[in-house]
Design a protein around this ligand. Structure first.
Ligand SMILES: NC(=O)c1ccc[n+]([C@@H]2O[C@H](COP(=O)([O-])OP(=O)(O)OC[C@H]3O[C@@H](n4cnc5c(N)ncnc54)[C@H](OP(=O)(O)O)[C@@H]3O)[C@@H](O)[C@H]2O)c1
Length: 339
């Protein structure tokens, strides 16, 4: 069935933060020549969307959302029509074809290109992928951005291998949980850092060997120095992250959930010969490697809530305080997510 002229979408405008979110009817997008039009079935929430709506203070409507699974309805003139009818997952990182050609800032669906929290979204045909058989549709909708970021952070940038001691801050959030599962899958010994003691058991159930809870000075409580620290919390944890690594170790930074500005003594770097490595999302080849990796190790994101898009403002508020474990997924349409 061809799509209607208008579609329902979660639109942000006017008031920064979740109070500016509304479900509205907006024009249905049309695919460019190299694009496909996808009817979105489910879309995972990332903190990226919270950052975007918190800093969006004008009346220009924005549709956020990076992750999604959905069914291809139509294709542009140059896209392979054989994908029509396939249910696929989306790589939300656009135009990064070679891993070595690191972009100034990776382009992401939903910022400012129209995102996935809508009935339909257009994406380049090369950004759609088959869904791994072991994943439910909700899990697949929670996978793309978090898993791509975690994969590049751990393996391309962090060089994590079996036997490494890997410390992960923010490890109970969307990106942190999948990073924990991936690191454990290659035989790393993972220490999870969380503000909440109540999240420790769940972290251990998905592969954490150790949990340090309730302190930003976690470096004093580690059983051993880290080979690699993955940090996404930023200012609240960065000093402890640097203090946690062994001489010659590495801190990989991919976020700043608290705030981004940190004080750092260069002596802490040069005497102990520590590397600090930034990373953001990942390239198209890394997305394919990530899919292959989660398929081989049968890794699935942890989905703590599945709710209709209408509940999005509450889900954004919950995310702001970090109350969940893993990912929230929005259903779009009739809410049926059977494969
Ligand atoms: N550069 C990239 O490509 C990229 C991609 C994905 C994510 N990121 C960044 O990585 C970070 C995590 O993203 P996410 O989607 O996984 O977020 P998330 O699901 O909200 O998880 C963040 C976790 O950080 C912990 N946390 C520590 N301090 C916090 C604070 N002050 N406020 C709220 N939570 C705090 C919380 O765990 P506890 O409650 O257990 O402490 C929370 O579960 C974000 O900064 C995001 O922008 C970057």
């Amino acid at each position: 069935m061809p799509p209607e002229q208008t579609m329902r979408a979660l639109v942000h405008a006017g008031t920064p933060g979740p109070d500016g979110l509304r479900i509205l009817n907006v024009p249905t997008p049309k695919p460019a020549a190299d694009e496909v039009l996808i009817k979105v079935l489910a879309a995972g929430l990332n903190r990226h969307e919270l950052f975007v709506i918190n800093s969006h203070d004008d009346d220009q409507p924005r549709i956020v959302g990076a992750d999604a699974v959905g069914t291809v309805c139509t294709t542009g003139a140059d896209a392979d029509p054989d994908v029509v009818g396939h249910t696929v997952l989306i790589n939300p990182c656009l135009g990064w074809d070679n891993t070595e050609d690191v972009p100034e800032v990776p382009t992401i669906l939903g910022g400012p290109i129209q995102g996935t929290f809508a009935e339909y979204v257009c994406v380049p045909a090369r950004n759609v992928h088959a869904i791994p058989q072991h994943l439910s549709l909700a899990e697949a909708a929670a996978l793309p951005l978090a898993a791509l970021t975690a994969y590049r952070a751990l393996f391309t940038q962090g060089h994590v291998k079996s036997g490494d001691h890997v410390v992960i801050t923010g490890a109970t959030g969307g990106a942190g949980v999948i990073a924990l599962a991936m690191a454990a899958a290659v035989g790393a010994e993972v220490t999870v850092i969380t503000r909440h003691t109540s999240k420790a058991a769940q972290a251990k159930a998905i592969g954490a060997a150790h949990v340090v809870a309730g302190t930003n000075d976690f470096h004093t409580e580690l059983h051993a120095p880290a080979d690699v620290v993955l940090d996404s919390v930023g200012a609240d944890t960065f000093a402890a992250a640097v203090s946690s690594v062994r001489p010659g170790g590495r801190v990989v930074s991919f976020g700043a959930t608290s705030t981004p500005d940190v004080d750092l003594s260069l002596r802490d770097l040069f005497f102990r010969q520590i590397s600090i490595q930034g990373t953001s999302m990942g390239s198209a080849p890394e997305f394919e490697k990530m899919i292959e990796f989660v398929t081989r190790h049968r890794i699935a994101p942890i989905v703590h809530a599945v709710c209709p898009l209408e509940k999005a403002p509450d889900a954004f508020r919950d995310m702001a305080v970090g109350s969940g474990f893993g990912k929230t997924v929005f259903t779009i349409g009739d809410g049926q997510l059977a494969r």
